[in-house]
Design a protein around this ligand. Structure first.
Ligand code: HEM
Length: 508
């Protein structure tokens, strides 16, 4: 009898262990953490829709500082909780925390975008995904933007740069630099996606893309007449145009090295190809990721060079030497030359740091996660704050000074992330830098520019750009100096009495 009851007890123990196994596993996975961690410090306040406007229309550093401060004296530190855009959120303002979310524990944080925006770009675009689909698509996008591929684009990029500069200079008009740079970066996007594209298609894509772009940051109501609704319809038209282009390319059976070629040639291990929708969404995704970011970045470079005549003169000397070695600009730039512009390259890096075009990014915790003794609950948003890190005096001394020489020494690990970090880091970073270097080369060797108006400061829309998109006038170096043609050209933020001196300085 005793043996039977011991046996029974053992069976019960065995069964209860077996049954509780999934529960224990869940505990270990974090659904019910065995150890109770506390939430990060910070005040949740009320979920507050008005924050959307604040977040995207003011200096993110000021916005985050108000979130990071309990009173005028107490700052929470590198990790703090708050509500943002109506969601509970943990903000991370240290290089280690950013690395934790984006690199070492990236599998615990998925990308997250509002559904309204996902619909306009297309749900198959790689940056909405995680895991296998993302890895596959990323490989294709990365290889179409790899140094070996983009080096072949240099002559085409040069053509686009020179034709843009010529048209600004010959028009004699004041241009909105950011707006013109948007057109320029759109053309480069088209070039890297399609290689050569028929003019008619390019025009149709541009027209409809512009409508999508306008509606992207508008209030997402799908009611006829609203900017969002118009964008939604234009996005549908973009799909039709892209399907036509895809069909034509398939018929021609050409094996191209551009992004469309990579997307069309893809086959998984089961022989499965990508659908037209998957291809279209990723084309729009890349155009979208490339356009405003690069346009804002190059606009800032022009502003920083313009504001520092000594630096501009030094960059000009570096570029003139290359220009002369190319027979006074008769020979095209080579890849090696674009890799050997030490000062100009440092200007590019410092512009990326100062402007911090992508000030932060969003992820969502896919499970309860513990970071340095704090709990990040499942479903909460997580925001690594790139701009705060780039502007932290602990990592960059006098962070508000534009000083390219700081890049003579490599920044500390994970303190410089203008293109993000980890599995979602920007695959277009080399192309963006190449565009900037080529544009600077032609601009400073053959053209000059003066900024018009006296407003200084930053506008957020949502990317940071100089006020009013940096209104400027361009002219050819060989033509008459600006004083004779435009009496209203002033330097940003300078009093009228200093205008003449500034204009002279502008002409190194
Ligand atoms: C100065 C210009 C640019 C900046 C500052 C920039 C910045 C970034 C950043 C920070 C990310 C990561 C976002 C995150 O982790 O959530 C990103 C992703 C991305 N960028 Fe860029 N970018 C620039 C230009 C470009 C260009 C020229 C292209 C393509 C031609 C491009 C294509 C992409 C794509 C496809 C992704 C998503 C990658 C993924 O999810 O795997 N970007 N970019």
């Amino acid at each position: 009898m005793e043996t039977v009851s011991i046996l029974l007890l053992n069976v019960i123990l065995f069964l209860s262990t077996l049954l509780s196994y999934p529960f224990l596993r869940k505990q270990k996975r974090g659904l019910f953490p065995i150890k109770i961690f506390k939430l990060p410090p910070g005040s949740m306040g009320w979920p507050f829709i008005g924050e959307t406007l604040q977040l995207y229309s003011q200096d993110p550093n000021i916005f985050f500082l108000t979130k990071q401060t309990r009173s005028h004296h107490e700052i929470y530190g590198e990790i703090f909780k708050t509500h943002i855009l109506g969601c509970p959120c943990v903000m991370l303002a240290s290089p280690e925390a950013a690395r934790f979310v984006l690199v070492t524990h990236a599998h615990l944080f998925k990308p997250t975008y509002p559904k309204s925006k996902e619909k306009l770009i297309g749900p198959y675009a790689l940056f909405f995904h995680q895991g296998e689909y993302h890895t596959r698509l990323r490989k294709l996008v990365q290889s179409s933007l790899a140094p070996d591929t983009i080096r072949k684009l240099i002559p085409n990029i040069e053509d686009l740069v020179v034709s843009a500069l010529e048209s600004w200079a010959t028009s004699g008009h004041v241009i909105n630099t950011f707006y013109e740079m948007k057109k320029f970066s759109f053309d480069i996007g088209i070039l890297s996606i399609f290689g050569h594209l028929d003019r008619g298609y390019r025009k149709k894509l541009e027209e409809n893309y512009r409508i999508v772009d306008k509606g992207y940051n508008s209030f997402p109501t799908n009611i006829p007449g609203t900017a969002y609704h118009k964008a939604f319809l234009a996005r549908k038209r973009l799909n039709q145009i892209l399907v036509e282009i895809i069909c034509e390319r398939k018929e021609k059976r050409l094996v191209e090295k551009d992004l469309l070629g990579h997307l069309l040639n893809f086959k998984d291990e089961k022989g499965q190809t990508l659908t037209d929708d998957q291809i279209a969404d990723n084309i729009i995704g890349v155009l979208f990721a490339a356009q405003d970011t690069t346009a804002s970045f190059i606009t800032w470079i022009l502003k920083f060079l313009h504001d520092d005549p000594k630096l501009l003169a030094a960059v000009k000397a570096e570029q003139k030497a290359i220009y002369e070695s190319n027979d006074g600009g008769k020979k095209p730039l080579t890849w090696a030359q674009t890799r050997s512009m030490p000062l100009t390259y440092k200007v590019v890096l410092e512009s990326l740091r100062m402007a911090s075009i992508i000030s932060f990014t969003f992820r969502e915790a896919v499970d309860d996660v513990e970071y340095k003794g704090y709990l990040i609950p499942k479903g909460w948003k997580v925001m690594p704050l790139f701009r705060n890190i780039h502007h932290n005096p602990e990592f960059f001394s006098n962070p508000h000074d534009f000083d390219p020489s700081r890049f003579e020494v490599a920044p500390k690990p994970n303190t410089f992330m203008p293109f993000g970090k980890g599995v979602h880091a920007c695959p277009g970073n080399e192309l963006a830098k190449l565009e900037a270097l080529i544009l600077i080369h032609h601009l400073v060797t053959k053209f000059r520019w003066g900024v018009v108006g006296s407003q200084s400061g930053i506008q957020y829309g949502p990317f940071p750009i100089p006020q009013q998109g940096l209104p400027a006038r361009f002219w050819k170096e060989s033509s008459r100096p600006i004083q004779d043609v435009c009496p209203y050209v002033t330097d940003l933020g300078k009093s009228p009495s200093s205008i003449t001196a500034t204009k002279t300085l502008l002409l190194p």
